[in-house]
Design a protein around this ligand. Sequence first.
Ligand code: GRF
Length: 223
Amino acid sequence: MSYRIAVLCSGRGSNLQALLDAIASERLPAQIVGVFSDRAAAPALQRARDAGLPANALRPRDFAHRLAFDEALFTQIDAVQPDLIVCAGYMRLVSEREVDARRGRMINIHPSLLPAFKGLHTHDQALAAGAIVHGASVHFVSAELDGGPVIAQARVPVHADDDAQALTARVLVREHPLLVESVRLLALGRVVLSSAGILLDGVLMQTPLQLDAAGQLRVPEAA
Ligand code: GRF
């Protein structure tokens, strides 16, 4: 039976599109069974509809508090029976109760080399800190913001004349293969979250996998 993915998005949806394209070209053995958003106008939802997928939006302001919103959202998500939930540009914190109930089954893509630069405006943070290397991370979601175990990273150089826009674009093109390849390892059952940490092919990972120039995930040399 095919591996079932639910995707949460708040905006543009280019990472969702990367997953859709990889599935369509049979590079990713999976199916997307639902796309969910906290913003009805998110372009990501239109990408889902264009692909013939269910696109669902719930408005946070229709709910009394975060817990009620998340309960309604995750009730909808559970109804499509996902094996994996991918937060791809989902801009809301997920409540601890929902996160804890889905440990090892929910991932997020974050535009920095975690643990550096959590939260928002990561490219500005990297430039302000004078970083010479920046990038993106795919990690299991935990109750701590951008704090769960990191599966894989893509590194990009920061150029001396970079502004946030240039750096954002350089990172984004690497996010797409990073997410697709990370999801592929999960779909194949090669990456699993255990109580000890992340297992790759049954072996505890010491450091995150790294995306190479060819867009493949590699075990770091030093590991
Ligand atoms: C990406 O940079 C992702 O890392 C961050 O939000 C952005 C979403 O972009 N969490 P998109 O909606 O996938 O185009």
